[in-house]
Design a protein around this ligand. Sequence first.
Ligand code: ZN
Length: 186
Amino acid sequence: MRPVLLVVDMLEDFVRGELGDEKFERIVPPLQKLIKKARENDVPVFYCNDAHKEDDPEIEVWGPHAMKGSEGAEVIEELEPQGPEEIVEKNCYGCFEGTDLEKKLEKTYNGEGADTAIIMGLHTHLCDRHTAYGAFARGYNIIFVEDATDAFTKDQHEKGLKYAKENYNAEIKNTEQIIQEITSQK
Ligand code: ZN
C-alpha cells in the first residue's frame, strides 16, 4: 500500500468559525495522531483547503466562508501543515477538480505515486465525499476514517460513509486501524 492522508477542510471557518460546530473538536485529536504517525512513517500528508473567491458557485449556497487569504481559510493550528507543498487549494467541494493534487500524488513514493487515499476531515457527505469521487475516478483505493471525519448531523455523517462504501468501494476504518497499517508496513 502506498497511502496518502487527505486532510479535508480542517480550517478555522469550518471548525470554529462561520460553519463551525463545537462537536467537530472531537475529531481533532485523532487527526493529530494520524498526521504524527504518517510523518513518522513517511506517509505523505496533503491538506485540501477551500480558498474561495466571491464568485465561486458555493458562495451562493453557503455564504462567504474560507475566503482565500483570510484567517478563516487557514488550517487550525493544531494540525500544522509543514509547508506549502502540503497545501492544495480548491474552490469547490472536491479536491481533485481544478487543483494540482493529482500531480502531487503522482510524485509521491519517489515517483511511483500513491495508490490509496485515506480521507479525513470535513464533511463526510460533502467535501470528503466529492474528494473521494475524484480519487475513485482516478483509480485510487479509498479509505474513510470514521472517527476522523464528521458532518453537521450524525445522519449526514453516516450517509456519507455509506455512500462512499457503496459507490466508491471505500473501506471504513478507525484511527487505530489506520495507525496499525501505516506503522506495520514500514
Ligand atoms: Zn466551500
